[in-house]
Design a protein around this ligand. Structure first.
Ligand code: PMP
Length: 440
C-alpha cells in the first residue's frame, strides 16, 4: 500500500500558506525536478514558471550545487558559529558582499527570508542604540509589503490576512501607502510612470512622530508576493533622499530581487539606490538548503564594533547561521550564477519576456500586466462576490496544462528560473494564454 493512501498520512502534514482541505481532495504532488521542469507524481512534465517560490534562479538540480552539497556533507556536516567558525563562512561572506553595492561589506547569516527581516530590524534598532540615539525605535513598513512571517515581519508587512489573527504585533509601527495604482499605471511596461510622490508619506510620518523617534523604513524594491508591484519611476530615489534628510535607515528587502531577478545582482544595483541594509534568502542557495543573509553598510558594522558595551557585539544569531552545508550550497550557487552569466542573461531576456507577457493583454478578464527583468504579473478581474476564486482556478488549471504559476488573490505571478530559453518563454506564456481563454 502506498504510504500516501494510508488514512491520516496526508492530513498529518499541515501545509504552509495552503488550502489544506482542498489540497487533500485534489493533490498536486511533485516527484522530481531538473532544469526548467518538474515531474509530477503522475509522470507529467510541468514547467516551473515561478522558480519554485522565487528561489530556484539557476534551475533545478544544478550539478555544481548538488556536488558541492554532497562534498560538504562528507567533510564537515555542522560547525557552530558562536565563538567558533569555519572557512566557508568567511569565504561566502566575502563573495556575497562583493556582489553588493559598494560600502556594504558585512554579512550576517540566517536561515530564511523571515529571519533575515527580523535580523535587519533588530540590527537597525541596535545601530541607533550604539550611537546613543536609542529613542529611534519606530519602524516603518508599507501597505501590501511582504516581509515574511516572523512577528517583526508581519508587523512591518502590510497584508491583512497575515496580520489580523495574530494579536497586537509590534508596537510603534507605521506604514507608507502602497504604490499600486492600476487606474493610472495599468499595462505599464517596466516601472510605472505615476506615483513617485507616494514616497512623501515618509515626510508625513516624520511630521507626525518626529524623525528622532524613527529607526528605519523597510520596503521591497519590488513587492513580489503581493502581486509584482513595481516601484514608480523615481520612488526609491525619493525614499532614499528623505531617509538621508532625517537620519532614518533604509532597508531593502531583497529576498526576491537579489541574485538576478531584475537582470542585476540586486535591485539596489538595478535602480542605483543604495540602502543601509539588504535582506536576502531564496536565490542565495538556489532553494537547495535554507539560508538567508543580511548585508549591512560599513557604518552599521562599525557602529557595533566600535561602541559595543560587551565583548559580544550583537546578542543575536541562530544555531544554523552559516551552517557549513548551507555555505557550500551558497558558494556553488554564486559560482553557477557567474559561470552561466545568469544575471546578464535575465537582462537580455527581459525584452522578449515583456513582449510575450503583454501579448496576453486582450484575453478575457485580464485587467493589468506588469513586468520587469524576468518577473511578471497578469492581474485578473475578480469574480463577483468571490475574490481570489478566479486566480485559484487559474493556478489549478495551469498545473493540469503543464505550467506552475503562483497566484496571490487574482494576480498571477511569473518568475521563471533565469536559465529559461526564449522558446520556453513562448511556451509558458502561450500555455497561460490557453488557460485564460477557457477560464470562467
Ligand atoms: N521577504 C520577502 C520580500 C519575501 O518575498 C519573502 C518570501 N516570499 C520573505 C521575506 C520571507 O522569506 P521566507 O519564506 O524564506 O521566510
Amino acid at each position: 500500500m502506498n504510504v500516501l493512501d494510508q488514512p491520516n498520512t496526508m492530513s498529518s502534514f499541515w501545509m504552509p500558506f495552503s488550502a489544506n482541505r482542498d489540497f487533500l481532495r485534489e493533490p498536486r504532488m511533485i516527484q522530481t525536478a531538473e532544469g526548467m521542469y518538474y515531474t509530477s507524481s503522475d509522470g507529467r512534465k510541468v514547467m516551473d514558471g515561478t522558480a519554485g517560490l522565487w528561489c530556484v534562479n539557476a534551475g533545478h538540480r544544478d550539478p555544481l550545487i548538488v556536488e558541492a552539497v554532497q562534498k560538504q556533507v562528507h567533510e564537515l556536516d555542522y560547525a557552530p558559529n558562536f565563538q567558533f567558525s569555519h572557512p566557508q563562512a568567511f569565504e561566502l561572506s566575502a563573495k556575497l558582499t562583493a556582489m553588493m553595492p559598494e560600502g556594504m561589506s558585512h554579512a550576517f547569516f540566517t536561515n530564511s527570508g523571515s529571519e533575515s527581516v527580523d535580523t535587519a530590524l533588530k540590527i537597525a534598532l541596535h545601530y541607533h542604540r550604539m550611537r546613543g540615539d536609542g529613542a529611534r525605535t519606530r519602524l516603518i513598513g508599507r501597505e501590501r509589503g511582504y516581509h515574511g512571517t516572523g512577528f517583526g515581519g508581519i508587523s512591518v508587512g502590510g497584508i491583512v490576512k497575515n496580520r489580523m489573527h495574530f494579536g497586537t504585533l509590534l508596537t510603534g509601527v507605521d506604514h507608507l501607502r502602497h504604490t499600486h495604482d492600476p487606474e493610472k499605471n495599468a499595462f505599464s511596461r517596466g516601472c510605472p510612470e505615476h506615483g513617485a510622490e507616494l514616497a512623501d508619506d515618509l515626510e508625513r510620518l516624520v511630521a507626525l512622530h518626529d524623525a528622532s523617534t524613527i529607526a528605519a523604513v523597510i520596503v521591497e524594491p519590488m513587492a513580489g508576493s503581493t502581486g509584482v508591484l513595481l516601484p514608480p519611476k523615481g520612488y526609491l530615489q525619493r525614499l532614499r533622499e528623505i531617509c538621508d534628510r532625517h537620519g532614518i535607515l533604509l532597508i531593502f528587502d531583497e529576498v526576491i530581487t537579489a541574485f538576478g531577478r531584475l537582470g542585476a545582482a540586486t535591485a539596489s544595483e538595478y535602480f542605483d539606490v543604495k540602502p543601509d541594509i539588504i535582506t536576502t534568502a531564496k536565490g542565495l542557495t538556489n532553494g537547495v538548503i535554507p539560508m538567508g543573509a543580511v548585508v549591512v553598510s560599513d557604518k552599521i558594522y562599525a557602529s557595533a564594533m566600535e561602541n559595543a558595551d560587551a565583548p559580544i557585539e550583537l546578542f543575536h544569531g541562530y544555531t544554523y547561521s552559516a551552517n557549513p552545508v548551507s555555505c557550500a550550497a551558497a558558494l556553488a550557487t554564486l559560482e553557477s550564477y557567474k559561470q552561466n552569466d545568469l544575471f546578464r542573461r535575465a537582462a537580455l531576456l527581459s525584452g522578449p519576456w515583456e513582449d510575450q507577457l503583454h501579448s496576453l493583454r486582450d484575453l478575457p478578464n485580464v485587467i493589468d500586466i506588469r513586468n520587469l527583468g524576468l518577473v511578471g504579473a497578469v492581474e485578473l478581474a475578480p469574480r463577483e462576490g468571490a475574490p481570489g476564486a478566479r486566480g485559484y482556478d487559474a493556478m489549478k488549471r495551469a498545473w493540469d496544462a503543464g505550467i506552475m504559476i503562483r497566484v496571490t488573490g487574482d494576480i498571477i505571478a511569473l518568475s521563471p528560473p533565469l536559465i529559461i530559453s526564449e522558446p520556453e518563454i513562448t511556451t509558458l506564456c502561450q500555455t497561460l494564454g490557453e488557460v485564460l481563454v477557457d477560464l470562467p
